[in-house]
Design a protein around this ligand. Structure first.
Ligand code: PLP
Length: 377
């Protein structure tokens, strides 16, 4: 069947059809195996077919799949409590994706701001593809063709406190940044920057929002990347890894803030459904463990050290969120890796991004390095 005849051509895809996943590997319809160092773009932190996830989801399927948010369901309450306990001790709003989690944060910021509505975001950022989140995204190529943009966003230089100070005016209500810019090619914020933004927000009654859609849920060797900086935001947005492969998004707002979203102000039909939230509970039960997180940090350091033996311009990142700038055409390297059985991606022409499952082994890292070494450029 020619899928390309039926689907909107929104993605450039190679001619591979995946039918099965196990651990760090995917298998195509012909039975070929691929080591997946994209882990579904950071959505499968436990790898594929994790036994506990399969067991609990099967059990949940037998109990209850969905009811709408007109009623309480147990996994939703348990996951909200867990997320709150391990972060801001505030309230959670569930939705289905990173973009929706960010939309929720924008709406909450506008409610908080009353007549103030302006949100500053960083150049090079990525916050999603809905109209408001693409408008918040500080990249012209994402805006192109969708103007007029949603108003109320302005862009600041990433890692420049001076620029943030300059752009704040009496209509500003919030600053949103990713602790590490993922889609741009893994660019970490400096400690001084996030500490400075915290101070700036507190002094000017602005909300500090961290988009942890990519950095969150153990990816950096911390449950949330903000913990490694010791800078506490007012709002955190999550998605990707939280569902272990099931679609979920979450916004966590500090105590006293989330309460502002009163009945009727925001909603999501599928948000916080029993399957996705049960999956979130499993993911956290595995990842929120000192040894597991220590292992992620160690494997990240091991991987970076191995990568540094390959020709490169720069290696960036923390934990298992790694970007490597190279001289060669990164898309060509991605293509060659696919042919050899390794999945990676290229966020730009000269950058390779590695987001393996957090359960990846050192042997699999060695194997990935072997494939990369074999790439001809
Ligand atoms: N925010 C960040 C930092 C992301 O990396 C992404 C997706 O890559 C999003 C938001 C959007 O998430 P989603 O594709 O689930 O809407």
């Amino acid at each position: 069947m020619k899928y390309s005849e039926y689907l909107c051509p929104t993605y450039t895809r190679p001619n591979v059809l995946f039918v099965r996943g196990l651990g760090s590997r995917l298998y195509d319809a012909e039975g070929n195996s691929y080591l997946d160092f994209t882990s579904g773009l950071a959505c499968n932190p436990l790898g594929y077919s994790h036994p506990l996830l399969i067991q609990e989801i099967k059990e949940q399927l037998d109990f209850l799949i969905q009811t709408s948010n007109l009623f309480y369901t147990e996994p939703q309450l348990l996951l909200a409590r867990k997320l709150s306990d391990i972060s801001l001790k505030g309230r959670v709003f569930f939705c289905n994706s990173g973009a929706e989690a960010n939309e929720s944060a924008f709406k909450l910021a506008r409610v908080y701001g009353k007549e103030r509505y302006k949100i500053l975001t960083a150049k090079g950022s990525f916050h999603g593809r809905t109209l408001a989140t693409l408008s918040a995204t500080g990249q012209e190529k994402i805006h192109k063709g969708f103007e007029p943009l949603v108003s109320g966003f302005d862009y600041i230089e990433f890692n420049s406190l001076e620029d943030a100070k300059k752009k704040i005016d009496k209509k500003t209500v919030a600053i949103m940044v990713e602790p590490i810019q993922g889609e741009r090619g893994i660019y970490p914020a400096t400690s001084e920057y996030l500490e400075g933004l915290r101070k700036l927000c507190s002094e000017n009654d602005l909300l500090l929002i961290f988009d942890e859609v990519q950095t969150g849920i153990g990816r950096t060797g911390y449950i949330f990347a903000y913990q490694s900086y010791g800078v506490i935001p007012d709002i955190i947005t999550l998605a990707k890894g939280l569902g272990g492969g099931f679609p979920i998004g979450a916004m966590i707002a500090k105590k006293g803030l989330g309460e502002l979203l009163q009945a009727g102000m925001h909603a999501s039909t599928f948000g916080g459904n029993p399957i996705s939230t049960r999956a979130g509970l499993v993911v956290l039960s595995v990842i929120n463990d000192r040894n597991f997180l220590k292992d992620v940090k160690e494997k990240g350091n091991y991987f970076k050290e191995k990568l540094s033996s390959l020709p490169h311009k720069e290696i960036r990142g923390v934990g298992l969120m790694i970007g490597m700038d190279i001289e060669q055409d990164a898309k060509e390297v991605v293509k060659q890796c696919l042919e050899k059985g390794l999945l990676i991606n290229a966020p730009s022409n000269n950058c390779l991004r590695f987001l393996p499952p957090l359960t990846v082994t050192k042997e699999e890292i060695d194997e990935a390095i072997q494939y990369l070494m074999l790439c001809k450029t």
